[in-house]
Design a protein around this ligand. Structure first.
Ligand code: FES
Ligand code: FE
Length: 415
């Protein structure tokens, strides 16, 4: 049986409301199919435009086997390219972040303009046509401070996500921020286990003492079903929307993205040990309403985000192998906020550094247990794991649609 047939068969025979069969979390061929069907076909969160404010600034990332570079051009536009030299294939940009007037390959010094065209190549003969050897472009879109890339030949529609998310991100002014701190951890777990763990707080009380000081573990707060019938959440949306901040829950029809502004516990305004703001300088001058809680923004398969009044914490998920996933966290503050005056890195990052490490441990234990041949799919909690079921539903429907070449079956439960 081909991998495609095996995946389709297991997806179609899986039990609703149960975790996926073992192969989805462990098998190298299933992992390759995840890359080829999702990560190589869809939009992936790359980074923030504040990281490349001036021409020549770039950052790099790796989507499966594909190194990608994202660079600011002399015209101010942000572009993305395959980070593989058109001479003999060396990576052109070899660091996570950097700045070059032009992109110079370190191997034989072919020089590329910031728009990807080849500027110069030494000793290649008179009939060498440099117009044929520009860096291969990658689809790139940017809005509200976020840069997404897609390495597919033909990218799926991005306008729908932009139209939905931009009104929510815009008031936070993420174009005028800076990355105060960044961390990348490798979780020894399949990328879907990282997401499943993220989409529930069933595990929070027993694993996240720091996060639970400010983050409510109530299922409605994870943005699973919108929480509109929860009076506290409804009142929160009404207050924030009256202050000009879009807040009510919205979701893509296929479940790929969702956003909502959720209250934190009590008077908490940020993810700190005290609940007080970590940054004295607000993230954005136009957001004056206190206690706006956290704006949750999810976009499968690569990012979840928390936007608060004083700072934003953004997360990027990139698979490395069937059982390894890189999770990059960035803490954004206003570009004029001064470390040591307006904030301390320790106070700003303590809760999520601790939480990330705790999540890494539980994802790794989850993976170790699933590697046992004795593992069999188990039931999700209807009360607490609706978000996990929604993620699995999105994954299963998308894989089915793309592997079978047919339209997705109607979503069974996306509430
Ligand atoms: Fe880039 Fe030779 S591989 S210049
Ligand atoms: Fe967690």
């Amino acid at each position: 049986m081909s991998v495609r047939s095996a995946m389709l068969s297991q997806l179609r025979n899986r039990r609703d409301g149960f975790s996926l069969p073992r192969d989805f979390y462990t098998d190298p061929d299933f992992y390759k199919a995840d890359l080829e069907t999702i990560f190589y076909k869809d939009w992936v969160f790359a980074g923030h435009d504040c990281e490349i404010k001036t021409p020549g600034q770039f950052f790099t990332l790796k989507i499966g086997d594909y190194p990608v570079v994202v660079v600011r051009g002399n015209d101010g536009a942000i572009r993305a390219f395959h980070n593989s030299c058109r001479h003999r294939g060396s990576r052109v940009c070899t660091t996570d972040h950097g700045k070059m007037r032009r992109l110079v390959c370190p191997y034989h010094q072919w020089v590329y303009n910031l728009d990807g065209s080849l500027f110069g190549a030494r000793h290649m003969g008179d009939d060498f046509d440099k117009s044929q050897f520009g860096l291969k472009p990658v689809h790139c879109e940017s809005f509200g401070g976020y840069v997404f890339v897609c390495i597919a030949e033909e990218a799926p529609d991005f306008a729908r996500f932009r139209a939905t998310a931009e009104p929510y991100t815009k008031p936070h002014g993420l174009e005028n921020v800076k990355v105060a701190f960044e961390s990348t951890i490798i979780e020894n777990g399949n990328w879907k286990l990282v997401w499943e763990n993220n989409r529930e707080c069933y595990h929070c009380a027993s694993n996240h003492p720091e996060l639970c000081r400010t983050y409510p573990e109530a299922p409605a707060s994870t943005g699973v079903s919108g929480g509109g019938d929860d009076p506290e959440i409804s009142a929160h949306w009404a207050r924030c929307e009256a202050a000009g901040l879009p807040s009510a829950f919205v979701m893509a029809p296929d479940g790929q993205f969702r956003t909502a502004r959720m209250p934190l516990i009590g008077d908490a305004e940020s993810y700190t040990m005290s609940g007080q703001r970590a940054v004295a300088r607000p993230l954005c001058d136009t957001v004056v309403e206190p206690r706006i809680g956290t704006m949750l923004l999810f976009h499968y398969p690569s990012t979840w985000n928390h936007l608060m009044g004083d700072s934003a914490t953004t997360f990027r998920v990139l698979p490395i192998s069937p059982t390894e996933t890189a999770v990059t966290t960035k803490w954004l503050v206003h570009q004029d906020a001064v470390e040591g005056v307006d904030y301390s890195i320790d106070e700003l990052t303590k809760v999520w550094i601790s939480t990330n490490d705790q999540d890494r441990e539980i994802v790794e234990e989850n993976q170790r247990g699933i590697l046992s041949p004795a593992y069999q799919p188990g039931p999700y909690s209807p009360e607490h794991e609706g978000g996990v079921m929604q993620f699995v539903e999105w994954y299963a429907n998308l894989m089915d649609k793309r592997l079978s070449g047919e339209e997705a079956p109607k979503l069974r439960s996306v509430a």
